[in-house]
Design a protein around this ligand. Structure first.
Ligand SMILES: [Zn+2]
Length: 291
């Protein structure tokens, strides 16, 4: 087997002729080729790997959690998108139960699959990884007595991953998904940014930066949060300009391709946009202007 196939961007090779998907952490048997790996990407993560073409004027990027809702799942799982913050609950169709009669094995799967390596175990792990950032929880929640008891009650055979294991999985998944997003960004030649500074309850400041762009071929509009960057120094225009440029560099967005930056109109951020991108790139936020 060679690692040259593009499919290896999404898998970690293991020693026992299996590979682990870095999006959903399911173990896939390889049998010396990439057929099963391609099959897994196509059946479970097609909307993430392949840009969707539709008639919507504004397209969002699907969250891999959505991919968990396979044909045998009757309970809806939470969905959102990777880089935006909107969340909705995918309700099951009332007709899903009649789609296909389950085999005997499938009927017993829900009983045993919360054991290590089972389908349900994989889903629980992904949902814990989803819940931690979504609900602003600490990673150490997986070692908390109450949380462990809750999961033990719901899935008695589930083996709770350690804090280190969950942390590593989140890092691996971030690398994979951010790589996909960089490829999506590369489909466009014009970008605009939205930026704002906010302060948390512990008075630490952050610079949030969102990118907006259109696929040059399909002209579908997309948005994504580039990051919430910690501001450890005084909010001078020079410092903020560096932060804006660093974000562009991190996501491989050429400074020359930025066409506009929407800001709240504060003098330091206004000046920082001029320092980073040039004169007349600032567009004051309409909502801020109303206040
Ligand atoms: Zn997967």
């Amino acid at each position: 087997m060679t690692k040259r196939s593009p499919v290896w961007k999404y898998f970690e090779k293991k020693e026992d002729r299996t590979s682990t998907c870095t999006i959903c952490f399911k173990n896939i048997k390889t049998s010396g080729n990439t057929i099963n790996l391609n099959g897994h990407l196509n059946s479970m993560h097609r909307s993430i790997i392949t840009p969707q073409k539709n008639n919507n004027s504004c397209q969002e990027i699907n969250d891999p959690v959505e991919e968990l809702t396979d044909v045998n799942t009757t309970a809806g799982l939470p969905t959102s998108n990777i880089f935006n913050t909107d969340t909705s609950i995918a309700l099951p169709s009332p007709y899903n139960h009649f789609k296909r009669q389950k085999t005997i094995k499938q009927s017993f799967d829900p009983i045993s699959s919360d054991a290590e390596g089972g389908i349900k175990a994989s889903k629980i792990t992904i949902l814990i990884m989803y819940m931690i950032p979504k609900n602003s929880q600490l990673i150490c929640i997986v070692e908390g007595k109450g949380f462990k008891l809750l999961i033990k009650t719901l899935a008695p055979l589930y083996n709770m991953p350690s804090r280190r294991s969950i942390s590593r999985k989140i890092d691996i998944k971030y690398e994979t998904l951010s790589g996909i997003f960089k490829e999506t960004l590369a489909t466009s030649t014009n970008f605009s940014l939205t930026s704002d500074i906010w302060t948390d309850i512990q008075t630490r400041s952050y610079l949030g930066i969102t990118v907006h762009f259109a696929n040059s071929t399909t002209f579908t509009l997309k948005s994504g949060i580039l990051g919430i960057y910690d501001l450890s120094e005084r909010h001078t225009s020079e410092y903020l300009a560096e932060k804006l440029k660093e974000a562009c560099f991190e996501w491989r967005i050429s400074i020359d391709l930025i066409t506009a930056v929407i800001i709240d109109g504060a003098s330091n951020i206004t000046k920082s946009v001029e320092l980073a991108f040039g004169k007349n790139y600032q567009i004051p936020c309409f909502a801020h202007k109303l206040i």
